[in-house]
Design a protein around this ligand. Structure first.
Ligand code: UFG
Length: 328
């Protein structure tokens, strides 16, 4: 198969590209390089451009016989989306509209879409099931949900088959240390805590310790980025064989509090890692834990690195060996 990966130079995209290469698949990458890193992908036809750029999409579909698309390219910062929702509607929703139009024009009818737990908003109950209500509490989640719906209606109208994967908290890095997470600015908990261990920050701020959880800090379901990559590949294969569109949660089904994450980072890195309590961050639900039974049953998805220690230790290997990320 030849698979087009949009946003293939980003964090989850680049790990998925590596995974697909290891499975012997041909990969083509489209990335604007606004956030992605060219160094994160090797040995692939690489097209730099925006989803809105019809000329680059035409070149990709003419130059390559694309069998399926895995679509990551998007803006993904919750806080930024609240400040500038139109940017999110433009890049995420309108960008996907361009991509899907070109897919239909070139008769490519298989897409796996990078969705998010943010589509649920405040959960009805824990663990979260795919059938639970979706009421996003920020424009980021809202745009991802709008894309899920665009894909659903495109199945009915044009026969475009899609799998939407709602990830919980992506973390970790390639176990062989070739690539890892490198965001500017970094907003995610685990890389921030590891930057404290590296001496790049003085301390980590714990956003709120008065949540209705066991230790008062927020609880999240951390999932290894390579396990996410595996799920994308399984989803492409399932779509090719069954031609049934579907939505799946991807998480480990186990919650860890901010304090537990920091403690695990202390154990893995053998550094003190000073932490202090700071005010709550707007829009953070207290607990987000996935039920991923549907993905396990229907996709035969089997996470390889479900333990938080393994997730953090792969992340630590990357950050420790590449303190400046992909920069030389
Ligand atoms: N946190 C801190 N201090 C920090 C950073 C984070 O205490 O410096 C806390 C957050 O408040 C939250 C937890 O650590 O409780 C995890 O925060 P992240 O920013 O790492 O991840 P989120 O759970 O906020 O975000 C993830 C994805 C988003 C997605 C969201 C869905 O990264 O893309 O889940 O709710 F939108």
């Amino acid at each position: 198969m030849t698979i087009l990966v949009t946003g293939g130079a980003g964090y989850i995209g680049s790990h998925t590209v590596l995974y697909l290469q290891e499975q012997g698949e041909k990969v083509v990458v489209l990335d604007s390089l606004q956030k992605g890193h060219k160094q994160a992908v090797v040995d692939v036809p690489f097209y730099q451009g925006e989803l809105h750029d019809n000329a680059v999409l035409d070149r990709i579909f003419v130059d390559n016989k694309i069998d399926a698309v895995i679509h990551f390219a998007a803006d993904s910062l919750v806080g930024e989306s609240v400040k500038d929702p139109l940017k999110y509607y433009d890049n995420n929703v309108i960008g996907t509209h361009h991509l899907v139009k070109k897919m239909i024009e070139y008769d490519v009818k298989t897409i796996v879409f990078s969705s998010t737990a943010a589509t649920y908003g405040e959960p009805d109950s824990i663990p979260i099931q795919e059938s639970d209500t979706t009421v996003p509490t920020n424009p980021y989640g809202e745009t991802k949900l709008a894309i899920e719906k665009l894909l659903k209606w495109s199945d009915q109208a044009y026969g475009l088959k899609s799998v939407c994967l709602r990830y919980f908290n992506a973390a970790g890095a390639d176990p062989e240390g070739r690539i890892g997470e490198d965001h500017t600015p970094e907003t995610h908990l685990i890389p921030i805590v590891l930057q404290v261990a590296l001496g790049q920050r003085d301390n980590v701020k714990m956003f709120g310790d008065d949540y209705p959880t066991e230790d008062g800090t927020c609880v999240r379901d951390y999932i290894h980025v390579m396990d996410l990559a595996q799920a994308h590949y399984l989803a492409v294969k399932k779509l090719k064989s069954t031609k049934q569109s579907a939505i799946y949660n991807l998480g480990n089904g186990q919650g860890f509090s901010v304090k537990q994450v920091i403690d695990t980072c202390r154990n893995v890195t053998e550094h003190d890692i000073p932490a202090e309590v700071a005010p709550r961050r707007a829009g953070d639900p207290a607990i987000l834990i996935a039920s991923s039974e549907k993905a396990k049953t229907e996709l035969e998805w089997t996470p390889q690195y479900p333990e938080l220690e393994a997730i953090i230790s792969h992340a630590w290997d990357w950050h420790h060996n590449n303190p400046n990320g992909f920069e030389e």
